[in-house]
Design a protein around this ligand. Structure first.
Ligand SMILES: C[S@@+](CC[C@H](N)C(=O)[O-])C[C@H]1O[C@@H](n2cnc3c(N)ncnc32)[C@H](O)[C@@H]1O
Length: 241
């Protein structure tokens, strides 16, 4: 069966990143209880934590990505529960010691109202004294087509080659817009091309701490994930229930 293009693009654009894994593993170990991975996608973080023996629930609004995550978990003999839900409004039957929001997922929520919904949902799902840890890219450098472009993200599936070329990162009101050209190359060289655009809301550790506080989540000193050659660094906002 062929892999859905959405899954391939997700893996091509997110799958190779691993600079944050030491921190997520350390936080999961310190938490010593169930972990909720919010915006889990195909399971880059969730599956690796499960491999290390953590009890992980993967939440995402995208059912296709979670189906792939579940298939990978099953193939690896891992038990990872999946939940299709909106990060801005979820209600779960279990409580978690760590709620992890890796890789700028919170910046994909449209506005403060949605973040308020996330903090309310997370607080409900957290054990007393548990930790909500939110990664934000707060130092994205802007560039456009005139600049030397970064190397494309590449991958292969079903005999097709996938290339995702970032072409611009632009300031927008309250957000940073990342523009990519996604190309699929067939074995005979035929190419299809489409534009892809995502907006990451501009957030700061202090601003998130202030939004989380009314929900009974207290800010602890943030942690840093250093930049790599391919990826910007992030700040991980630490909020204690
Ligand atoms: C940048 S990817 C990160 C994927 C994965 N956590 C990782 O670190 O590789 C963002 C993920 O958040 C999910 N997402 C975006 N908005 C969401 C929302 N409102 N509720 C739940 N998931 C959401 C997307 O479907 C996608 O899987």
């Amino acid at each position: 069966m062929s892999v859905p293009a959405e899954v391939v693009w997700h893996d091509v654009e997110c799958g190779a990143y691993d600079a944050d894994m030491p921190l997520w593993r350390a936080l999961a170990r310190e938490a010593g209880g169930p972990v909720l991975d919010v915006g889990a996608g195909t399971g880059r973080v969730a599956l690796r934590l499960a491999v290390h023996g953590h009890d992980v629930t993967a939440l995402d609004r995208d059912e296709l990505l979670l189906r792939e995550l579940a298939a990978r978990a099953e193939a690896a003999g891992l038990g990872v529960e999946t939940v299709v839900a909106d990060a801005a409004a979820f209600e779960l039957p279990r409580r978690y010691a760590l709620i992890a929001v890796p890789m700028q997922t919170l910046q994909l929520l449209p506005d403060g109202g949605a973040r308020d919904g996330f903090f309310a949902s997370a607080r409900r799902a957290l054990v007393p004294g548990g930790l909500v840890a939110v990664a934000i890219a707060d130092a994205l450098e802007t560039f456009d087509e005139l600049a030397a472009l970064p190397a494309p993200d590449v991958g292969q599936a079903d005999g097709l080659q996938y290339l995702s070329q970032p072409v611009a990162v632009r300031e927008r009101p309250g957000a940073v817009r990342i523009e990519r050209i996604r190309q699929v190359v067939a074995p005979d060289g035929t190419r299809t091309s489409e534009d892809d655009v995502i907006d990451l809301r501009t957030l700061s550790a202090e601003g998130l701490a202030a939004e989380a506080e009314p929900h009974g989540l207290r800010a602890e000193p943030p942690r840093e994930i250093a930049p790599t050659l391919e990826h910007v660094g992030s700040t991980v906002v630490m909020l204690r229930g």
